[in-house]
Design a protein around this ligand. Structure first.
Ligand SMILES: C[S@@+](CC[C@H](N)C(=O)[O-])C[C@H]1O[C@@H](n2cnc3c(N)ncnc32)[C@H](O)[C@@H]1O
Ligand code: SF4
Ligand code: SF4
Length: 396
């Protein structure tokens, strides 16, 4: 029997989730499938302790020790797992588990797909989805798709990886063209694990909610994040139509630049829309646009280690592999390399042929010509202060 199931069976000991984060939410959803109700979340970040997380109190480590000394603790903290496990062991907590221990208890064959949908995205991210669910062998699954709906932004971040300050005429994408391109992709793809709707600032586009809806109504998207910089609060009606159990709003907290953070979180809470606030410690310096004259082997090496290598991006009807490639090409800062991109209108009506081209694009690309004009987003390049400004952009 799975060690978490063994520990939790027939005991009245409280269960505490360590990590009020996106992984903590997935653990919460997994516990719900297992019919287990946790007592609380615990988090070392004092800012998270001020308010409930999905209806549960978020307690400090000191309170965990004082109030729940016999707790079974699930560490839902990604790369901080080892550090937190050591913290717990030093305080005498012997029954410590991971998110995978909990997910491993779920009987995937007997649980209805509707209950599993919330955690499928996470399973996909940790590479276990295909192992746990039975999908037809020929299906095309896409791990991630960014959908750019506008190049307008309220900020002008000097080192924006999407190069927004370089656009001379920033504009919203035409809604019917975005939808036509999405339909072209969706007709050849069986499942997209994670879509990000972004810009620029996506809340500046009047149709961000209908575009999100269109994606969700396809039934082929496991999770959709709308990524905003916390400067715009959409109208009540727009927010209401964004409400969906597969939608989260990701608010990048750029400190005082994200001036609408408080009213935005308040509005999202009021509408029952899931959200998370991202604090950035460092941004990547991708360097200038001049060619580095790398060999193919060097391009492959850089692409393999770049954190943006799986950020396929749809921009004005064309698929690219990363924001540098899409916006670099669009602004003319990087030469237009046809091999780096896929024009959706060129896919043609034959579904099988379109699927093969999409499969090659999404799953078989080893490097980009654009990588020769870039230093990549790697652990070595995370050195810039996030969201440093040149000057102010437009306001709503
Ligand atoms: C281009 S922004 C678009 C959405 C929105 N305007 C925002 O800033 O949240 C998408 C994401 O890219 C991140 N980003 C921008 N420039 C970056 C850089 N140089 N290195 C790492 N991440 C970057 C932002 O923090 C944000 O999470
Ligand atoms: S807020 Fe900054 S990072 Fe986001 S799109 Fe605008 S300029 Fe780029
Ligand atoms: S190294 Fe390549 S994949 Fe990475 S950001 Fe640069 S162009 Fe994109």
């Amino acid at each position: 029997m799975n060690k978490f199931l063994q520990a939790v069976s027939g005991t009245s000991r409280p269960v505490v989730i360590f990590g009020a984060s996106v992984i903590g939410k997935i653990v919460l959803d997994s516990l719900e499938i297992l019919n287990i109700k946790p007592a609380a979340f615990c988090d070392n970040d004092a800012r998270k302790q001020n308010e409930p997380f999905h209806g549960y109190p978020v307690i400090s480590f000191e309170r965990l020790r004082a109030d729940y000394p016999a707790a079974l603790v699930i560490v839902a903290a990604g790369r901080y797992f080892n550090e937190i496990s050591r913290q717990l062991a030093a305080a005498g907590f012997n029954d410590v588990f991971s998110d995978s221990d909990v997910i491993g208890c779920i009987d995937f064959r007997r649980t209805p797909r509707a209950s599993l949908e919330k955690i499928m995205w996470h399973l996909a991210k940790i590479g276990q989805l295909a192992e746990m669910m039975e999908f037809p062998a020929g299906d095309l699954h896409v791990p991630r798709l960014n959908v750019v709906i506008t190049t307008r932004c309220t900020l002008k971040c000097r080192h924006c990886s999407s190069l927004m300050p370089h656009y001379r005429k920033p504009a919203d994408s035409d809604t019917s063209e975005v939808i036509a391109a999405l339909d072209g992709i969706l007709s050849g793809v069986d499942l997209i694990y994670h879509v990000e709707l972004l810009g620029g600032e996506p809340f500046l586009h009047k149709d961000f909610a209908p575009i999100a809806r269109h994606l969700l109504d396809s039934g082929k998207v496991l999770h959709l994040d709308v990524v905003t910089n916390g400067t715009v609060v959409p109208a009540e009606r727009e927010l209401e139509s964004l409400k969906h159990d597969k939608v989260s709003v990701v608010i990048d907290d750029y400190g005082e630049l994200s001036g609408k953070l408080a009213p935005l979180t308040e509005a999202l809470r009021r509408h029952g829309i899931d959200f998370r606030v991202n604090r950035h410690w460092a941004w990547a310096d991708l360097g200038g646009f001049e060619p580095r004259r790398r060999t193919e082997a060097q391009l492959k090496e850089l692409f393999a280690k770049c954190n943006f290598n799986s950020c396929a991006e749809l921009l004005d009807g064309v698929l690219y592999h990363c924001p540098r490639s899409s916006h670099g090409t669009k602004t003319g800062l990087i030469p237009d390399y046809p091999a780096d991109a896929l024009r959706i209108s060129a896919l043609g009506p034959d579904r099988a042929a379109a699927q093969e081209r999409l499969r090659a694009f999404f799953l078989e690309t080893a490097f980009l010509r654009a990588c020769d004009h870039c230093d990549g987003n790697t652990s070595d390049s995370l050195k810039l202060a996030p969201a440093g400004q040149n000057m102010r952009g437009v306001s709503k």
